[in-house]
Design a protein around this ligand. Structure first.
Ligand SMILES: NC(=O)C1=CN([C@@H]2O[C@H](COP(=O)(O)OP(=O)(O)OC[C@H]3O[C@@H](n4cnc5c(N)ncnc54)[C@H](OP(=O)(O)O)[C@@H]3O)[C@@H](O)[C@H]2O)C=CC1
Ligand SMILES: N[C@@H](CCO)C(=O)O
Length: 451
């Protein structure tokens, strides 16, 4: 018999967590940590222990037992507790108490984990810089695309590549609304209410349906993918609130579905000036494109690397379980890196000082096909007026459909699909029609997703 002389390694101290926010995601995190405690401890190299929690209302029944956790009425006080190593912020809001807590945590030398894309889009670089100076980690995997490890994928898996483009579906609520309306013909407001009830939507769902949430996420991904400073203000953002059931039906008849797509691309612009193009807007997606089959609250992100080629990240983009999975993955990362400090300066893949200021790229020179929907008065000469504006702006029409009957408050829907043309030409055609009494509403333009 061989006797071993190797001593068993001493048990490591637990990683002690404070949780701010006990809503959809916060409760999901507690359930996950409790359900998978053993395997998480093995993978993290130490047990994970929640020590303190905070939310707005202490008395609310959340369907879980909070008795073993200390309670703080003021969530910003969690950071100063001596029994806390990592602060997990799951409250939301770009400023206010979430930001105070985040700053306090870093100032106290605690690692920070957040799912708050609004805060990271607005203050992520300052927070990451403060964290670098303190030598603590800041992580936000759950802030982009819910349960999909796309930040890790970009920071680590694709780290050797020059990323040429990222695009995809970044908002679960919009995707749920669009795909459900498409499948069932149900009303926008009713499907939005359902998405809220399922816990997908932001506290203020305007952020979802106006594309702001997807723009927050896109600006974060851009920073990591292109080594650029976060520039949320330059994301050209259009939401889905102006899309009619008639647009969805029309797109379907033409062989497309409608999806809210975020795109970020290094773009030299017409005069060769390097820049970063960032846009969130509803697009017509050909039914044979993989993004057309992304339904419900699912997200999908395509990353094009110069050596990897196309990488596709797909999975649940919202909801308690998937989002909790991403938050707890960050906790495990921090637990693993505690002994080496390795994780402390990796938030945006490179230190914040190294992020480049990339000028926003214009869109006018971009070539593509567009769907343009008009709501027009039902009278002679209207079509001629529209087609004349297209001709004068140099926009060639691939197809034009006029609904025989009034569809919207007595107005008639006219849908045009253009041939490939510079976006500036479409803008010019609409300028020529601006103020025309024939148009009863602002035209809606959606790009058709190319390859
Ligand atoms: N839901 C999702 O699918 C996803 C959400 N996220 C992000 O995660 C974060 C949390 O989202 P979610 O769980 O859906 O939000 P919820 O609205 O479900 O939960 C928010 C929590 O924050 C608490 N809270 C709000 N204001 C305060 C305050 N001033 N002081 C203390 N606590 C406060 C609320 O307390 P109380 O319960 O007492 O009212 C609640 O527990 C947000 O940043 C969101 O963008 C990210 C990815 C997916
Ligand atoms: N409201 C967000 C949550 C996930 O970030 C969405 O619907 O995608």
């Amino acid at each position: 018999m061989v006797e071993t002389t190797q001593a068993a390694s001493p048990a490591k101290q637990p990683l002690r967590i404070a949780l701010a926010g006990l809503g959809t995601v916060g409760v999901g995190v507690i359930k996950l940590i409790e359900a998978n405690a053993g395997l998480i401890a093995r993978r993290a190299g130490r047990p994970i222990m929640i020590t303190a929690v905070s939310a707005r209302s202490r008395g609310r029944d959340r369907g879980i037992d909070l008795a073993s956790y200390a309670w703080e009425d003021d969530m910003t006080a969690l950071a100063a507790r001596p029994d806390v190593d990592v602060v997990v912020e799951l409250v939301g809001g770009s400023d206010g108490p979430a930001l105070v807590l985040a700053r306090n945590a870093i100032a106290q030398g605690k690692a920070l984990i957040t799912a708050n894309k609004a805060m990271i889009a607005h203050h992520g670089m300052a927070l990451a810089q403060a964290a670098e100076q303190k030598g603590v980690a800041i992580r936000f995997e759950a802030a982009v695309a819910g349960g999909i490890p796309v930040i890790k994928g970009l920071r680590e898996g694709a780290a050797a590549n020059r990323v040429e483009r990222i695009f995809g579906i970044l908002n679960g609520t919009c995707n749920y609304i669009l795909s459900t309306m498409e499948d069932t013909g149900r009303d926008f407001a009713e499907v939005l209410a359902e998405a809220q009830a399922k816990g997908y939507a932001e506290a203020d769902p305007t952020f979802d349906i106006e594309g702001i949430d997807a723009a927050h996420k896109l600006s974060i991904l851009s920073a990591i993918a292109f080594g650029a400073k976060i520039d949320f203000a330059s994301v050209d953002t259009q939401g889905i609130s102006r899309i009619l059931a008639a647009d969805i039906a029309q797109a379907d008849a033409l062989g497309y579905c409608i999806r809210l797509i975020g795109t970020a691309e290094a773009d030299a612009g017409p005069d060769g000036t390097p820049g970063l193009f960032q846009r969130v807007a509803p697009h017509l997606v050909p039914v044979d494109n993989l993004l057309a089959h992304v339904d419900g609250p699912t997200n999908a992100v395509v990353v094009e690397g110069n050596f990897s080629g196309r990488l596709l990240f797909q999975g649940a983009g919202a909801g308690d379980g998937p989002t909790a999975s991403a938050v707890v993955a960050d906790i495990i990362d921090i637990a693993r890196g505690m002994d080496t400090g390795f994780e402390a300066d990796m938030a945006f893949s490179i230190p914040v000082d190294g992020l480049e200021a990339m000028a926003p790229a214009p869109s006018g020179h971009r070539i593509g096909r567009s769907y343009i929907r008009f709501l027009v008065a039902d009278r002679p000469g209207v079509l001629a007026e529209i087609t004349a504006a297209m001709r004068d702006a140099g926009v060639s029409i691939e197809s034009l459909i006029q609904k025989g009957q009034a569809t919207q408050g007595g107005a008639v829907l006219v849908a045009i699909v253009t041939h490939e043309v510079a976006e500036a030409a479409v803008t010019e055609a609409l300028r020529l029609l601006d103020g025309s009494p024939s148009l009863v509403a602002q035209p809606l333009v959606m790009q058709i997703l190319g390859n």
